[in-house]
Design a protein around this ligand. Structure first.
Ligand code: TXA
Ligand code: MG
Length: 317
């Protein structure tokens, strides 16, 4: 069921069940982060391998010390600026966080989502919420309640509807290796914004924080229809208009039917492009076409995270 009742969502969570929750980035599939049983249900519903750890959502920055043994200076600076917001901090975990949540890894991923319904829900609960994106493992992340319902509707008792996600890309994951900050996943908070607060950071190329499984997560965010990246003018020139979909940054192509195209932002606005990306991929993936042609954005600002998702969507499965 889709609804807007925080009480209903809370009741299911308190009963140990999982529900979908809105965040500013993407919808999450949430359960009690301190309950092995709820965690196991999340992995099962998502069909997610247990080596891929879950982000823990908390109501406020002051709760970080409940779940992490160390909160370094740079992490505190980032938290002060960007929490609530599309930032996840990887910090050494306390024992209260089950190993299942972190896939046995020594750090826990913590984030304060910036969505009024979910913040209110978290304040009501006596436990934090583990929540991966609410899509079947490997598919495109959901940015509306309907996206969740389309794929997981019959597997979960409740979807808390908070409207379309404002940011549209998953959170940026930042961890620390000694004094050095590392971005493990590019996301809804740009590298530039992070660096403006704590200085130069290292950015992991493949945007996976799970080095034990390199490449295994590469084909994330993948539509069912093959997606090919390249120069759209060249690709369109040889395309069969009837069986081709286009995902472009700014411009339309007259040769291709209007309803086979999505322009992410006609004004070239990165935030707008990010907000629309996943819904655009889902839409194109629903068309009776054989191929989706897409182009990379400039490698700056949120263009970097968008390109990361596009490259993974294009990766051969
Ligand atoms: O914006 C987001 O972060 C969304 C919303 C729902 O909050 N969540 C999300 O979760 O994107 P998910 O499960 O789709 O991606 C979480 C990723 C994992 O794949 C892993 O790469 C990293 O976060 N991660 C989580 N916990 C970790 C840990 N303990 N150690 C290392 N990496 C971790
Ligand atoms: Mg995900």
């Amino acid at each position: 069921m889709i609804g807007t009742s925080i009480e209903t969502a809370a009741a299911h969570l308190q009963a140990g069940e999982v529900v979908a929750i809105p965040t500013e980035t993407v919808y999450g599939l949430a359960g009690n982060a301190l309950s092995e049983k709820a965690l196991a249900t999340i992995f099962e519903v998502k069909n997610r391998p247990q080596f891929d750890p879950l982000i823990v959502h908390i109501a406020e920055v002051s709760h970080i010390s409940r779940y992490a043994t160390d909160f370094p200076e740079k992490a505190q600076q980032l938290a002060a600026q960007f929490m609530p917001g599309p930032l996840t901090l990887l910090l050494p975990k306390r024992d209260i966080i089950p190993d299942l949540c972190t896939s046995g890894l020594p750090r826990v991923a913590l984030r304060v989502p910036n969505h009024p319904l979910t913040l209110e829900l978290l304040k009501k609960l006596s436990f934090p919420l583990a929540a991966p994106s609410a899509n079947p493992f490997g598919y495109i992340s959901p940015t509306t309640a309907q996206h969740v319902a389309d794929q997981l509707g019959d597997k979960i008792p409740y979807i808390l509807d908070g409207g379309a996600c404002r940011v549209g890309l998953e959170s940026t994951i930042v961890g620390f290796e000694g004094e050095k900050a590392v971005i493990y996943r590019k996301g809804g908070l740009s590298v530039e914004a992070v660096e403006a607060v704590i200085g130069k950071v290292r950015v992991m190329q493949h945007s996976s924080s799970q080095p034990a499984a390199p490449g295994m997560l590469k084909s994330h965010y993948a539509p069912r229809i093959p997606l090919v990246l390249g120069n759209l003018d060249e690709l369109v020139a040889q395309a069969d208009p009837k069986t081709t979909g286009i995902l472009s940054f700014k411009k339309k192509f007259l040769q291709i039917p209007e309803n086979h195209q999505v322009v992410l932002s006609s004004t070239g606005d990165y935030a707008e492009a990010a907000q629309r990306l996943f819904a655009a991929l889902r839409y194109l993936d629903s068309l009776p076409i054989r191929v989706i042609f897409a182009e990379l954005l400039p490698e700056e600002s949120l263009g970097r995270a968008i390109n990361d998702r596009l490259r993974r969507a294009a990766a051969v499965r």
